[in-house]
Design a protein around this ligand. Structure first.
Ligand code: F6P
Length: 355
């Protein structure tokens, strides 16, 4: 438990936290927020450790410009992150009360939360039920947050997906194999579709389009008939067969790829290998595009704090960075629309989507 320094009149204090799974470009966002607040406005900045848990437990560090110097290329988050909202405290009510208490003890005027869907929902809860002045930023490799065109982390993870697929092409080609590549993305197919498009996959299976097994087999066999003699099949961790989708049962992550690794050898007569990209997709340096996006979102959040606009997420709408009410953000994940250019372009270049 850290002790709150004595409050000085007229100096605004803001809190920052990163919650949920990490992703690339959290650090450039923290850098932009810290430098904008301290250097431009002379405010004090406090970073809560390990997400909402650090907020409840009063674990924080004062963030100075020196802490964020040269972290724009560093993966992860310098203040740590954590899943879960109520942590060791117990009930949501107790957690909410603790958050309010720590916020007040520290004399914060604003709390800026960087996170995915779950983080956004709890931020809204704290804004509505504890009256905290909250602004959020959209981060996740899954790109599935409602209310924004894009999230930071997505471009970096897509780059890793594309590079992995590039590498798999050469070994698949040498051995004439079918390579299954499972990518993250939870219940949305953004990462699978984008990685498949960038990496030139033959098949891309996304949760939005339940696949027919015979269509996948036909696509793989067609590669052989075309003389290519190998196939790259990208599978979203949340993908599902049409059969499973029709059963109405909740399909667990990784089900599709585990079924395909069993089914495809016999049905195609090919050797099949599986690569699971998993957390590798969340690691390492952010791309320039993500660094720029995260920095711009951080700078915009500080502008909103100056204007005292709260209960909002800073969203990307085309070329604009717009505050969107948190009421429009949480809930069901934002899935890939079936007419989205990612999917239509995959079809246009002959990548089978299994339907
Ligand atoms: O939400 C980001 C994400 O990486 C998902 O793509 C994935 O399903 C999940 O987090 C993994 O969570 P954890 O890091 O808790 O294993």
């Amino acid at each position: 438990m850290s002790t709150a320094p004595a409050r000085r009149e007229r100096t605004r204090r803001i809190g920052l936290l990163t919650a949920g799974g990490d992703c690339q470009a959290l650090n450039p966002a923290l850098r932009a927020l810290t430098l904008g607040a301290t250097i431009t406005h002379g405010w004090e900045v406090y970073g809560f450790k390990d997400g909402y848990l650090g907020l409840q437990e009063g674990r924080f560090m004062r963030l100075m410009p020196s802490h964020v110097t040269n972290i724009q290329g560093l993966g992860g988050t310098i203040i740590g992150t954590g899943r879960g909202q109520s942590g060791a405290v117990g009930s949501i009510e107790e957690a909410t009360a603790r958050c309010r208490e720590v916020y007040d003890d520290l004399g914060l005027s604003t709390l800026i939360c960087l996170g995915g869907d779950g983080t956004q929902r709890f931020a809204r809860h704290l804004h509505e039920n504890a009256g905290l002045n909250i602004i959020t930023l959209p981060k996740t490799i899954d790109n599935d947050i409602r209310g924004t065109d894009v999230t930071f982390g997505f471009d970096s993870a897509t780059q890793i997906g594309a590079e992995a697929i590039d590498r798999l092409h050469t070994t698949a080609s040498s051995h004439h194999r079918v390579m299954l590549v499972e990518v993250m993305g939870r219940d949305a197919g953004w990462l699978a579709a984008a990685s498949a498009l960038a990496g030139g996959a033959d098949v891309a299976l996304v949760p939005e389009i339940p696949y027919q097994l015979d269509k996948v087999v036909a696509a793989v066999n067609e590669d052989v008939e075309r003389g290519r003699a190998y196939s790259i099949v990208v599978v979203a961790e949340g993908a599902m067969s049409a059969e499973r989708a029709a059963s109405g049962e909740k399909v667990r992550a990784h089900t599709a790829v585990m079924e395909l690794i069993d089914q495809l050898p016999e049905l195609t007569g090919a050797e099949v290998r599986l690569t699971t990209l998993g957390h590798v997709m969340r690691g390492g340096s952010p791309t320039s595009a993500d660094r720029i996006l995260a920095t711009q979102l951080g700078a915009r959040a500080i502008e909103l704090a100056v204007a005292e606009i709260y209960g909002v997420m800073v969203a990307v709408h085309g070329a604009e960075l717009t505050p969107v009410p948190l009421t429009e953000v949480g809930g069901a994940p934002r899935c890939v629309p079936l007419d989205h250019p990612l999917l239509t372009s995959l079809r246009a270049v002959g990548t089978a989507l299994g339907d």
